[in-house]
Design a protein. Structure first.
Length: 195
């Protein structure tokens, strides 16, 4: 009697598509969810009016770009560039995964790679930077794995749940990414992702 070796699970497919009208309610729900709100700078529940004002402004501000992250075709999060400064060739970026069930699958790693590549190869920037709550250690450590350097510790920078919270400022230069890129691509390939 022969035994059948278990096959590894099929790799997931991560894609990003520009935010569109069909995402309006989804983003509103995500932003106010208990899985996302604790990692944002603001604590209050976003009202429908606030959200609609923000959403209606998308595409009108050339310094901001937004994408919905999909896992196997299912929307699972949001990624964005902000403060795109073509003169100084830099911008900020952020992302969130709206469901804890997709965390640990390598989705964040794929998004990190994709966004870095877009910043340096499409927008032709020299620097990508971000700010992360110090308590969100998993995310700022992921950034560091991709070559981001801690450039600042903003003490008591935001008020969360009535208390001042520290924020880590991180930055990545295109020259640093060039030295890290292939190693990070190989790590994604080990997880079954093609970047």
């Amino acid at each position: 009697m022969s035994t059948v070796e278990p096959q590894p699970p099929a790799p997931h497919t991560v894609t990003l598509h520009p935010v569109e009208e069909a995402d309006r309610l989804r983003l509103f729900t995500w932003r106010n969810s208990a899985d996302v709100a604790p990692f944002m700078y603001t604590d209050h529940q976003i009202t429908a009016e606030e959200h609609n004002r923000w959403f209606d402004g998308l595409g009108q501000d050339p310094s901001r770009l937004y994408w919905v992250i999909c896992l196997d075709g299912v929307p699972v999060g949001l990624a964005n560039f902000a403060d795109i400064d073509l003169k100084n060739r830099r911008c900020a970026w952020a992302y969130y995964l709206a469901s804890p069930s997709v965390r640990g699958l390598g989705v964040g790693s794929f998004v990190e790679f994709w966004m870095i590549e877009y910043a340096f190869n499409v927008l032709k920037l020299e620097k990508l930077w971000c700010e992360v709550l110090l308590s969100n250690e998993a995310v700022w450590k992921l950034h560091q794995n991709y070559g981001f350097q801690q450039e600042a510790l903003f003490r008591g920078h935001v008020i969360k749940e009535g208390e001042p919270r520290d924020v880590v400022g991180l930055g990545l230069l295109t020259s640093e990414w060039a030295a890290r890129r292939e190693a990070m691509r190989a790590r994604l390939a080990d997880k079954g992702y093609v970047a």
